[in-house]
Ligand binder design. Structure first.
Ligand code: NAP
Length: 341
């Protein structure tokens, strides 16, 4: 018997879709993804697994750690009958977030959306058939890939890829911070950080910003932002906390240390959609194209998308969760139209 719905992804979008689909009696099956470290760190639970403190998700007035929040999402989804594909079957015990159960979660290796029911293949080669699919695989922030950068990002040592998520934390208040990147996101992050920081260095590898003209003016006219042109970060300094950056001049090759108390990467995002190429319409950067902005329908009927894999603009936990809810409702109604309840 084909599944009614398979959900790929386990960030706020995936788990929210699972909660709604489970409560609609669709017994969703989730590919939550196996933890891995490419240059980026990818964990089940998505980017929030790298966020030490989430202070902007409504309902948590004192804030909550990203991993804890995602374990709550997961448990809520499982409570209503969501199943998760693991090395050992479909019903993991998720009651203890620290017992390493998520290391048994499988990736989805490939999908075949050319015929119905759709086919979804797990990492171990097992094929699942499904009437519908919700893609919620997210996008990973790009990282420089430096060992100390990754270590300090994972341990709350002052390295982050999201100023809106982390910038207001007390450790960054009245401190000198750095943003890497020269696009709109870098300007937006640097400008946002000036609310809290005493100064923000924008470190860019060229001598010209990629950002739109208006955003460039915003950065260049902000007295708290200092541009550091033609520079790349070659090391992140500090033991438990970041204390500075080792920079290399891209023109002269000279190296120097810049003391900072925080580093924010804004060098773009990569949607986790490569396994969908040729199956689903993606834009030139790999984001899933939605047929109608504000809905969750994709180019293939019966396939829905939610969260950062289909969102180049907001990329927040709360917006991803909202998109997951929309996808589950669109999916449930679509299945009902097909006579599948
Ligand atoms: P982006 O436009 O691709 O810019 C990425 C920046 O990071 C570029 O300046 C790039 O340098 C730099 N970079 C990439 N890899 C690097 C590396 N390994 N080391 C050092 N620097 C590196 O990405 P984005 O800023 O995230 O923007 C993505 C899209 O969202 C864009 O279309 C943007 O316009 C849009 N957006 C709009 C707004 C807004 O309008 N308010 C806000 C945010 C984003 P180079 O310039 O040398 O390539």
């Amino acid at each position: 018997m084909p599944e009614k719905v398979i959900i790929i992804g386990s960030g706020p979008a995936g788990w929210t879709a699972a909660i709604y689909a489970a409560r609609a009696n669709l017994q969703p099956l989730v590919f939550a993804g196996r933890p891995k470290q490419t240059p980026s760190i990818i964990l089940p639970g998505g980017q929030l697994m790298l966020t030490t403190e989430v202070e902007n998700f409504p309902g948590f007035p004192e804030g909550i750690s990203g991993p804890k929040m995602m374990s709550y999402f997961e448990r809520q989804a499982v409570r209503f009958g969501t199943r998760i594909v693991t090395d050992e079957g479909l019903n993991p015990d998720v009651s203890n977030p620290d017992d390493g159960h998520s290391y048994k979660y499988q990736d989805c290796k490939s999908v075949d959306l050319s015929q119905r029911p759709f086919k979804v293949v797990g990492e171990d080669g097992k094929v699942f058939e499904t009437h519908s699919l919700i893609v919620a695989t997210g996008a990973t922030a790009n990282w420089l890939g430096l060992p100390n950068e990754m270590r300090l990002a994972q341990t709350g040592g002052g390295v982050s890829a999201c100023a809106v998520c982390d910038g207001a934390l007390p450790i960054f208040r009245n401190k000198e911070l750095a943003v890497v990147g020269g696009g709109d996101s870098a300007v937006e992050e640097a400008t946002y950080l000036t609310k809290f920081a005493s100064k923000v260095y924008m470190i860019h590898r060229r001598d010209q910003l990629r950002a739109s003209r208006i955003m460039q003016q915003r950065a260049l006219s902000n007295p708290k932002i200092e541009m550091v042109w033609n520079s790349v970060v070659v090391d992140v300094l500090g033991d438990e906390r970041i204390s500075g950056l080792r920079l290399k001049d891209t023109v002269t090759g000279e190296e120097r240390d810049l003391p900072v108390s925080g580093l924010f990467l804004a060098i773009g995002h990569t949607p986790a959609t490569s396994f969908l190429k040729g199956q689903l319409e993606l834009d030139e950067k790999g984001y899933v194209k939605l047929r109608d902005p504000g809905r969750s329908f994709t180019s293939v009927e019966g396939v829905f998308a939610a969260g950062d894999c289909a969102d180049t603009i907001y990329r927040q936990a709360i917006t991803a969760a909202g998109m997951g809810c929309r996808a589950a409702i669109d999916c449930e109604r679509w299945l009902a139209d097909q006579g599948i309840h």
